[in-house]
Design a protein around this ligand. Structure first.
Ligand code: PLP
Length: 406
């Protein structure tokens, strides 16, 4: 009789977004006239930029010719894209990353989850609280999280690093020394960022303890502050302790196109093995590459025109973030994030619970949000607002929520 992976049976139901959707649906059915604006969506809404569209069209035409047809591509990504990334995202910032350290993939979500394949099951894993749930659930599936404790909303073998107002939503090195440390900057859901000095502390810590930092920088394009590094490899020592995940999803509107990449430096070795070689082996065995057409589209954002066009979209979302942050702050609410990130982390007034505040805002302002408690116990008392919506709808939503407090 087959035995299933029992770790899957320990996972709590994927409650957050389904429960948000359910409550919106129930409310809409009871109030058909309500025009609900969603500041809950984590997906982009701006269309692909013209340079990307032109590059993808050209690639489709190429694929329709005998000379230009591409079958299976290299599992690690085409050289033209790995080169463009090495130049555009690293050399341009004075960081030396070679194309053979870059692995193109179909998503940072897949990579953040799949990276666990190259690590043993006995490692101690540290995650932020609140956290992007993929890090937690994939470790639980692999058997690295132990048992889920319903009453605490935590796994007993994971080390949780609370990111709360008192520490500026910045994770602190925990007492129990972890082997694998997930960091996410700019952060989903808090919108907080790690400065170069803060990141240096983590790099030194990881090198001192033989740990590996899994650095998720999916929202890098939103960074505006000068002291916030765009890549962990701007920090001295990171090449011997860090793996970086980047994505075209939020940078270039590729959530439906699927393209991302992971950087594994050649110097990164643990247990006598090069992690670059191990990840290469893993990808070659389990992954057959990103479509040629998609990679051509991704490479188009590294041309001057492509860069200008995607930055115009990022500016559009940044303006939404400013409107949310400033509008709600003016209404007397406490907002965090939203400066270097598309997420605003709003403290519920008077200590109201996340879900209760979600219901109040939905009912009185017809605005959908995401309850912070769904991202981990330390998210209780917050809601997450996103800047990925339509500009006019965002302004209307902010006015409606602000009116609740006038
Ligand atoms: N990492 C973080 C922190 C995210 O919030 C998301 C998407 O919401 C992803 C990764 C997923 O990126 P991708 O679309 O490349 O899979």
């Amino acid at each position: 009789m087959v035995k299933v992976n029992e770790n899957f049976l320990k996972l709590p139901g994927s409650y957050l977004f389904s429960e948000v959707a359910r409550r919106i649906r129930v409310y809409q059915e009871a109030h058909p006239e309500a025009e609900i604006i969603k500041l809950s969506i984590g997906d982009v809404t701006r269309p692909l930029v013209p340079e990307v569209v032109a590059a993808m069209h050209a690639a489709v035409d190429e694929m329709g010719t005998a000379e230009g047809f591409h079958g299976y591509g290299p599992e690690q990504g085409y050289e033209f894209l790995r080169e463009a990334i090495a130049q555009g995202d690293y050399a341009a910032r004075g960081v030396d990353i070679q194309p053979n350290e870059i692995f193109v993939s179909d998503g940072a979500k897949s990579d953040c989850g799949n990276i666990g394949d190259i690590f043993g099951v006995d490692n101690v894993v540290a995650v932020c609280d609140p956290v992007y749930p993929v890090y937690v659930d994939t470790n639980a599936m692999a058997g690295r999280a132990g048992e889920y404790q319903e009453e605490l909303g935590k796994w007993n073998r994971l080390v949780y690093m609370p990111c709360v107002e008192e520490n500026g939503f910045s994770p602190q090195p925990p007492e129990e020394i972890p082997d694998i440390i997930y960091l996410c900057s700019p952060n989903n859901p808090t919108g907080a960022v790690l400065t170069k000095d803060q990141l240096k502390v983590w790099v030194d810590y990881a090198n001192a303890h033989g740990a590996v930092i899994l650095y998720d920088s999916a929202y890098e394009a939103f960074i505006t502050s000068g002291d916030v590094p765009h890549t962990i490899f701007e920090v001295e020592g990171a090449r011997t302790c860090a793996i970086e995940f980047r994505s075209f999803s939020k940078t270039a509107g590729f959530t439906g196109n699927r393209c991302a990449y992971t950087v594994v430096p050649m110097e990164l070795e643990r247990g006598g093995a090069k992690l670059n070689t191990m990840w290469n082996r893993r990808q070659c065995t389990k992954f057959n590459g990103v479509p040629y057409v998609v990679q051509r589209g991704a490479a188009a954002i590294y041309t001057p025109e492509g860069r200008a066009q995607i930055m115009a979209n990022i500016d559009y979302y940044r303006e939404n973030a400013r409107v949310i942050r400033e509008g709600l702050t003016a209404a007397g609410l406490e907002c965090f994030g939203g400066v270097d990130a598309p997420y605003i982390w709003l403290k519920t007034p008077d200590g109201v619970g996340s879900w209760d505040f979600f219901d109040q805002v939905l009912d009185r302002a017809n605005v959908a949000t995401t309850p912070g408690a769904g991202f981990g116990p330390s998210g209780e008392g917050y809601i997450r607002l996103t800047a990925f919506g339509d500009a006019q709808a965002t302004r209307t939503a902010v006015e409606r929520v602000a009116n609740m407090f006038r």
